[in-house]
Design a protein around this ligand. Structure first.
Ligand code: ADP
Length: 823
C-alpha cells in the first residue's frame, strides 16, 4: 500500500500469512487506505471486520474520500503547530540576543574585573534561573579566589577556595562540567563545604577562558537536582565567553596602564638623574675651569673647593697630601670651624686628634672613597676622639694620579647624615682633576726651579764666555778659533793686525779660503787643522803643532796650534799667533855681532897659536922646563879658545842665515877615510890609543851636499866618539844606502854612553854632559846643535841611541838624501 499509494483490500486474512494477529482476533476482513497530503504519504487508515469478504468497492470509495479529507486536516493541523512553535522560538531567540547584546555592551563598558564578574553572575542568575552563581578567578599564584556572587552577598576580600581536581580538569579541557547531583561526584569533594554552604544540589562549571588560558570558573548552582538543557548550556557558555573576553581586556588594560605608569615613573626618575648629571657635569666643568685658571695653587684650590662645597652642600673641605708617609693638611676652604693646619695645640702639649688625617690614611691605604655618616658612630675611629671634632658627616676620596696616591680630598658637615653615596661620583671626578692640577703645579714648580737654575748657570756661563772673549780680544797674541768643520769662529784684534785681515772678512768663513793669504809657509799649519777637522780620530792626546812662518809681507809669525776636545768630541782648534819679526831681527843682529866678534878673534888667535908653537919648537932660543910647561898650557887653552870661537862663528852664521851650502856630488867613502886618518893622527899626537874601523858598503851611491859641511858633521861625530871613550876604545863608522832615496851613516863607540835622563837635551845648544871625561875634554856644547842644523839643511835626519851604561857606548846616525839625477 505504501509502495503503490492505493487502498488495499484483504478479503480473508486467513488466506494471507501476513496477518497472524488479525486471525487470532478473528477479524477476517481487512481494508487499508493511505493518508496522502501534498502527494506525500503521511499515514494510513485500517478497517477490520469479523466477517470475511465484507468490504466492497463502495466501501473503498467512501474510505478513500474520507482519508483524503483526514489527510488535509492533519496537514493543516501540523502547519498550525509548526507556525506556533516558530513564533515562540523566534521570541526566545530575540530575547537571548537582546540579553547578550545588553550584557556585552555592559561588559565592554567596564574595565574592572570584579564589576565584570558581578555583572556576569547576575546575568547568568537571571537568564538561567539558577539559585546561586559564584565567580572564581585564579590569582597570581594560581590560587582560586571567589570574586563575585549572585545573588549579591558580602565577600570578605581574598576568599580563597580549596584546590580541586575540577580546576585541573577545566584547565586541561577548557570545556564545561555539569553535575545534576554534586554529592555523586567525587571530584567535587574538596568544594562540598563551599557548595553546601550555599545549599546547592546541582552544579554547572563554566570555564572563563581566552585562547588556551583559563582565567577562572563560573559555578552555576541550583538547590535541587537539575540537568541543564543544551540551549541553556549554550547560553551560559556564550555569556561565560563574553565575560572571559572582558576580563582579559580588563587585565590587558590593567597591564598596559601599569606599564605606562612604570614607564612614566622611569622617565621621571631618569629626568631627575639627567638633571643631577647635568648639574654634576656643570660643577665639574666649573672645577676644571677654576683649576686651569692659574698655577697659583692656593688661590685656585680656594675657588675650586668653594665650587665643590656649594655643589655638594658641604660646609668645609680640605686637601691632605701624603708627603713621604707624613700626611699634611695642604689646603682648607669653606666655613671655618676646624682649626687651621698646625694650630689647635691642646693644653697638655699633645697634638689634638685630627681625624681627617686618620681618614686620609684610610682612603690612601685602601685607595677607595668612603662616606662617614656620623663620625662618633663610625666604628673605624675612636668615639672619644670623634666627639671632640666639630663635624660629623665626612666624604673622603683618594687623590690618585696613575699609580701614585697623592693624598685625599675631604668634605665635612657639622650635622650627621648630610652626604649620600650618590655624591661620591662628583667628588671623585673633582679629586681626579685636583690631582692633575696639584701634580701640574708641582711639576711646574720643579721645572721653574730647574729652569731658574739652568738660567743662572747659563748667565754665569755667558759672563764667563764674554769675559774669556774679552781676554782673548785683549791679549797681544793673535787668536784664531775654528769650529769642528774648520770654519773661523773667533779672530781677535791682535790676529787682525798680525795677519793684516779684517775680522768681518774671515768670521764664519772656512779657513781653507785663506790659504793664499798665508802663503806657502803656513801650509803645514792649515793642513794639520784640515786633517784634524776631517778625521778627529787621528788626533793623539799631546799632539801639538808649533811653527814659525814668514808671511808674504815679511813678518815672521810663530804659530801654536792645539785642538779643542771635550769628552772625546772634537770641537775645533785654537791657533795662537805671535809676531816675532822684531825678536827674529834682534836675534839676527846678535848673531851677526857674535859672528863678527868671533871672526875678529880668529886672527889674533891664529898668531898667538903660531908664535907659541915657534917658541915651543925652540926657534927663539932654548926654553927652560918651566917655560916649556907654561907655553904648553898657553897652547892648550888657545886651542880650546879657537874651538869655541869656531863653534860660535858657525852657530852665529847659521842663525844669521849666512851659511849657504855649495852643493856638489860627494864621495862619502873619501870623506870617511879622510876623517879616519885625521883621527888616527890625533890619537897618536895626544898619545890616546884608539882603534877606528870603517865599514863601507860596496859601490856607495853619490850624495848631493856641501863637501866641507858634510866632512864637518862626520868629523864632529867621530871626535865626540873619540872624546867620550876612554883610551884603547873602539870606534866604528858604517855607511850604507838605506833604500833608493837615502844613505845612512852610523858612528858607534864603546865609550861612556849617554845617561837616559840627559838624552833629550843632547842637541840643545851649550849642553854638556856631567861625566868626568866630558868635563876634562875641551868643548862648548855647541857641536851637536850645529851638526843637527847642517844635517837638516841637507834635508837629512839625525838621531842617536845609547843604553846609558858606561862601556856600552852610543851610536849616532844621520842620513843624507841620494842625488836626484833630474836635479
Ligand atoms: P861638546 O862635545 O863640545 O861637549 P857636543 O854638542 O858635541 O858638545 O856634545 C854635547 C854633549 O853630548 C857632550 O858634552 C857629551 O856629554 C855628549 N856626547 C856627545 N857625543 C857623545 C858620545 N859619543 N858619547 C858620550 N857622550 C857624548
Amino acid at each position: 500500500m505504501v509502495q503503490t499509494g492505493h487502498a488495499l483490500r484483504v478479503p480473508d486474512v486467513r488466506q494471507d500469512p501476513r496477518f497472524p494477529s488479525l486471525v487470532e482476533m478473528e477479524r477476517f476482513s481487512w481494508l487499508g487506505v493511505p493518508l496522502i497530503a501534498k502527494g506525500e504519504l503521511i499515514g494510513a487508515i485500517a478497517l477490520e471486520k469479523t466477517e470475511a469478504d465484507y468490504y466492497s468497492a463502495e466501501h473503498i470509495q467512501v474510505v478513500t474520500t474520507f482519508a483524503g479529507q483526514a489527510a488535509v486536516a492533519i496537514e493543516n493541523a501540523r502547519l498550525y503547530e509548526e507556525s506556533l512553535r516558530r513564533a515562540t522560538e523566534l521570541d526566545e531567540r530575540s530575547q537571548r540576543l537582546a540579553l547578550l547584546n545588553r550584557l556585552s555592551a555592559e561588559l565592554s563598558r567596564s574595565l574592572d574585573t570584579d564589576h565584570i564578574l558581578a555583572l556576569t553572575a547576575n546575568e547568568l542568575a537571571q537568564a538561567l534561573n539558577v539559585s546561586v552563581v559564584s565567580a572564581v578567578l585564579f590569582g597570581q599564584d594560581g590560587q582560586p579566589e571567589l570574586r563575585a556572587e549572585a545573588p549579591e552577598r558580602d565577600l570578605p576580600p581574598g576568599t580563597t577556595l580549596p584546590g580541586s581536581p575540577l580546576f585541573e580538569r577545566l584547565r586541561e579541557t577548557l570545556g564545561i562540567f555539569s553535575a545534576a547531583d554534586i554529592h555523586a561526584e567525587p571530584e567535587l569533594a574538596p568544594l562540598l563545604p563551599f557548595l553546601n554552604e550555599r545549599g546547592s544540589q546541582s552544579l554547572l562549571a563554566l570555564p572563563l577562558a581566552t585562547g588556551q588560558e583559563l582565567h577562572g570558573v563560573l559555578f552555576l548552582q541550583t538547590s535541587y537536582a537539575y540537568r541543564y538543557s543544551l540551549p541553556e548550556i549554550e547560553l551560559a557558555r556564550t555569556i561565560g565567553n563574553q565575560s572571559a573576553i572582558a576580563i582579559q581586556n580588563a587585565r590587558l588594560f590593567g597591564e598596559t596602564r601599569r606599564l605606562t605608569e612604570e614607564l612614566e615613573e622611569r622617565v621621571q626618575l631618569r629626568t631627575a638623574e639627567l638633571v643631577q648629571e647635568h648639574h654634576n657635569t656643570e660643577t665639574l666643568l666649573r672645577i676644571i675651569t677654576e683649576l686651569s685658571a692659574s698655577l697659583d695653587m692656593s688661590q685656585v684650590l680656594n675657588r675650586t673647593l668653594a665650587v665643590l662645597n656649594e655643589a655638594s652642600a658641604a660646609e668645609q673641605s680640605a686637601i691632605l697630601l701624603d708627603r713621604g708617609g707624613q700626611i699634611e693638611v695642604y689646603h682648607r676652604a669653606g666655613l671655618e670651624f676646624a682649626p687651621p693646619p698646625g694650630e689647635g695645640e691642646s693644653g697638655n702639649g699633645r697634638k689634638p686628634w685630627q681625624p681627617e688625617k686618620s681618614i686620609a690614611a684610610w682612603v690612601t691605604r685602601l685607595r677607595k672613597p668612603t662616606l662617614v655618616n656620623d663620625l662618633p658612630e663610625d666604628g673605624r675611629w675612636s668615639q672619644d676622639d670623634a666627639n671632640r671634632v666639630p663635624y660629623r658627616s665626612v666624604i673622603a676620596v683618594p687623590l690618585i694620579l696613575g699609580e701614585e696616591v697623592l693624598g685625599s680630598l675631604q668634605l665635612y658637615h657639622r650635622q650627621a647624615g648630610q652626604f649620600i653615596s650618590k655624591q661620591l661620583d662628583l667628588v671623585e671626578a673633582a679629586a681626579r682633576q685636583i690631582s692633575i692640577a696639584i701634580n701640574n703645579a708641582e711639576l711646574f714648580g720643579l721645572i721653574r726651579d730647574q729652569s731658574e737654575r739652568l738660567g743662572g748657570m747659563l748667565r754665569d756661563q755667558q759672563i764667563e764666555a764674554s769675559r774669556s772673549r774679552a781676554i782673548l780680544e785683549a791679549v797681544a797674541d793673535g787668536v784664531l778659533v775654528t769650529d769642528s768643520s774648520g770654519r773661523i769662529t773667533l779672530f781677535n784684534a791682535s790676529a787682525q793686525s798680525i795677519l793684516d785681515l779684517q775680522s768681518a772678512q774671515v768670521m764664519g768663513q772656512s779657513l781653507d779660503q785663506f790659504s793664499g793669504l798665508f802663503g806657502k809657509a803656513a801650509q803645514t799649519w792649515m793642513r794639520t787643522i784640515r786633517t784634524w777637522s776631517r778625521d778627529p780620530g787621528i788626533y793623539r792626546p799631546g799632539d801639538t803643532y808649533a811653527e814659525q812662518i814668514m808671511l808674504d809681507n815679511g813678518r815672521v809669525v810663530s804659530i801654536h796650534l792645539a785642538p779643542v776636545i771635550w769628552r772625546n768630541d772634537f770641537l775645533g782648534t785654537v791657533s795662537i799667533f805671535r809676531d816675532i819679526t822684531a825678536d827674529v831681527k834682534v836675534d839676527r843682529l846678535k848673531s851677526e855681532f857674535v859672528a863678527n866678534v868671533s871672526h875678529e878673534l880668529r886672527t889674533p888667535m891664529t898668531s898667538i897659536k903660531g908664535y907659541v908653537e915657534i917658541l915651543l919648537m925652540g926657534a927663539a932660543g932654548p926654553l927652560a922646563d918651566q917655560q916649556t910647561h907654561f907655553l904648553r898650557i898657553v897652547k892648550s887653552n888657545t886651542e880650546r879658545l879657537s874651538v869655541l870661537v869656531n863653534d860660535l862663528l858657525d852657530v852665529s852664521r847659521i842663525e844669521a842665515g849666512r851659511v849657504t851650502l855649495s852643493w856638489q856630488p860627494l864621495d862619502l867613502k873619501e870623506i870617511a877615510e879622510d876623517v879616519a886618518s885625521d883621527l888616527v893622527r890625533r890619537s897618536r899626537e895626544e898619545n890616546k890609543p884608539m882603534s877606528i874601523h870603517l865599514e863601507l858598503a860596496p859601490a856607495l851611491p853619490r850624495v848631493d851636499g856641501d863637501l866641507e859641511r858634510v866632512s864637518q858633521v862626520l868629523w864632529n861625530l867621530v871626535s865626540n866618539a873619540y872624546n867620550y871613550t876612554p883610551e884603547n876604545g873602539h870606534i866604528e863608522v858604517r855607511i850604507r844606502s838605506l833604500d833608493e832615496t837615502e844613505v845612512q851613516l852610523d858612528v858607534q863607540d864603546n865609550g861612556i854612553g849617554i845617561a837616559l835622563r840627559d838624552q833629550k837635551r843632547i842637541f840643545e845648544r851649550f849642553y854638556r854632559g856631567e861625566d868626568p871625561l866630558v868635563l876634562a875634554t875641551a868643548g862648548t856644547g855647541l857641536g851637536l846643535s850645529i851638526v843637527k842644523t847642517l844635517v837638516e839643511m841637507h834635508h837629512g835626519r839625525i838621531w842617536f841611541s845609547s843604553s846609558g851604561i858606561r862601556g856600552e857606548g852610543s851610536i849616532f846616525s844621520f842620513t843624507l838624501p841620494l842625488r836626484q839625477t833630474e836635479e
